[in-house]
Design a protein around this ligand. Structure first.
Ligand SMILES: NC(=O)c1ccc[n+]([C@@H]2O[C@H](COP(=O)([O-])OP(=O)(O)OC[C@H]3O[C@@H](n4cnc5c(N)ncnc54)[C@H](O)[C@@H]3O)[C@@H](O)[C@H]2O)c1
Length: 442
């Protein structure tokens, strides 16, 4: 297919079921946010799919439609939600406990709607998330049986809710650190491992497997290994389904992937980058466990190495001290504070410092990402894009890529990739920013 050919995209007709793994701070802020937007009591700020525009053609053409008018995305009114969680709280109770949204302004008016969303029993195992105990859990003799129960949940939800299409997003806790091993190499090995209750198969992989077996795209918002293994990637390709991850790119890492490319663009050196976070939500509590923190740490650390390319610029980036800490500090709740101390150097090696103190709200930053991922993964499926969706790296801290490719972390490269993919899907010209035609007239 030529570059400007475009794709036949199936229309977004009917309803889209969004299946969330985890009904905690991020999921409830997302669901309650969408419902507030639908009722006209809030704006979907932070969502590129809802607020963003896309330039088409030459600057002189002045064509910049909204993205949601340019590509056939599901309308917010057509979203239907369900979730799994080992904690039995319904979405209203969970949102109140998470303490992100104002109860009076954004939760009470939609209390009935939120109370109607009760979590399905989870495929949960404390071995993978040490700081949680759950009562709303499935039981089975083998992990394979658990996966089959999840598949049944998917079929039941589809029937019960009357949705036409589904997407699944992992917004559950960060699991302990795992690396890909023999159990993850082929589908046969993976299925055998599920039957033998191999510890290499984490609960998140069971959800991903169940989703793919039921023709549902799967996106991973946490840093867990999950679909970042050959067995599940092959399954996605075989079944022509979009997958992607890992780890929503929200606060500190988003800033890092804006600042580091700026230093590199100007050939400024970097001596060290010390990032520390204090947060007091349940995510912070889970990440207080060293094994879950290790998973998060890997995800947060990779970014600088890829952006700065120390092998190409040894004098500038050959000796960077990079440290990331997450400290559980209950008084802050979801309102995280992320501090960055950045030691850079310039002309003749003279040192300078930059301090960033980001008083952010974790779930307020994550909710629009969940929305965009749900809509774009559904679009990807309707456009028959399958396997890893690298064009959605914009949303992830450690984007998955095809084997052998290094990930692009620079936020603006990621944005260009995303928008050019939308242009390509719709048969519009790529924008290269060359612009010589405005000056060299024939
Ligand atoms: N908020 C952000 O800015 C941000 C950014 C990147 C990644 N994340 C990740 O998103 C995830 C959700 O964050 P949060 O703040 O909502 O956390 P949270 O602790 O409030 O919610 C996570 C929920 O997942 C549930 N859970 C755990 N294991 C499960 C399983 N096996 N099946 C179903 N549910 C399970 C927990 O009971 C909990 O209710 C975390 O992994 C976090 O690291 C968040």
């Amino acid at each position: 297919m030529g570059l400007e050919a475009g794709r036949d995209i199936a229309p977004a007709k009917g309803k889209l079921g969004v299946m969330l793994v985890g009904l905690g701070a991020v999921s409830t802020t997302f669901i309650a946010g969408v419902e507030n937007v639908r009722r006209g009591t809030g704006l979907p700020i932070g969502s590129l799919s809802q607020m963003g525009t896309i330039r088409l053609g030459k600057r002189t053409e002045k064509r910049s439609p909204k993205i949601k008018e340019f590509v056939p995305l599901t309308d917010l009114k057509d979203l239907v939600f369900t979730a799994w969680d080992p904690i039995p709280d319904d979405a209203y109770t969970a949102a109140v406990k998470a303490g992100v949204l104002d109860r009076h302004e954004h939760l009470e008016p939609i209390a009935d709607f939120l109370k109607g969303i009760k979590p399905l029993p989870a495929a949960f195992d404390q071995h993978y998330v040490k700081r949680l105990t759950g009562t709303n859990v499935k039981s089975a003799k083998t992990k394979r049986e658990l996966a089959e129960q999840l598949r049944q949940d998917i079929r039941d939800f589809k029937k019960r809710s009357g949705v036409d299409r589904l997407v699944m997003i992992w917004a559950a806790s960060t699991e302990v650190f795992l690396t890909a091993g023999p159990a993850h190499q082929t589908l046969q090995a993976f299925e055998r491992a599920m039957e033998q209750n191999d510890p290499a198969v984490a609960p998140s992989m069971l959800y991903a497997y169940a989703a793919l077996m039921e023709n549902v795209p799967f996106a991973n918002g946490a840093p867990n290994l999950t679909v970042d293994v050959p067995a599940l990637q092959l399954l996605a390709e075989q079944r022509r389904l979009p997958i992607g991850g890992k780890d929503f790119k929200t606060g500190q890492t988003m800033m890092k992937t804006v600042l580091a490319p700026a230093f590199k663009a100007r050939m400024l050196g970097l001596a060290g980058w010390y990032s520390t976070n204090i947060l007091g939500n349940r995510d912070g509590e889970v990440l207080d466990d060293p094994e879950s923190f290790k998973t998060k740490e890997e995800s947060k650390l990779g970014v600088l190495e890829y952006i700065l390319q120390p092998d190409q610029y040894p004098e500038l980036y050959g000796n960077v001290f990079h440290k990331v800490r997450i400290n559980y500090y209950p008084p802050r709740g979801d309102n995280k504070e992320g501090w960055d101390n950045i030691d850079i150097f310039g002309w003749l090696g003279y040192p300078m410092q930059i301090k960033v103190d980001f008083l952010c709200r974790d779930s307020i930053l994550a909710a629009p990402i969940v929305l965009d991922l749900a809509l774009f993964f559904d679009l990807a499926q309707r456009a028959r894009l399958s396997g890893i969706q690298e064009w959605l790296s914009f949303y992830f801290k450690s984007p998955q890529t095809a084997p052998g490719l290094y990930p692009e972390h620079d936020l603006f490269i990621q944005q260009t990739k995303l928008k050019n993919t939308l242009r390509w899907l719709m048969g519009e010209e790529q924008i290269t920013h060359l612009g010589i035609e405005y000056y060299e007239k024939a």
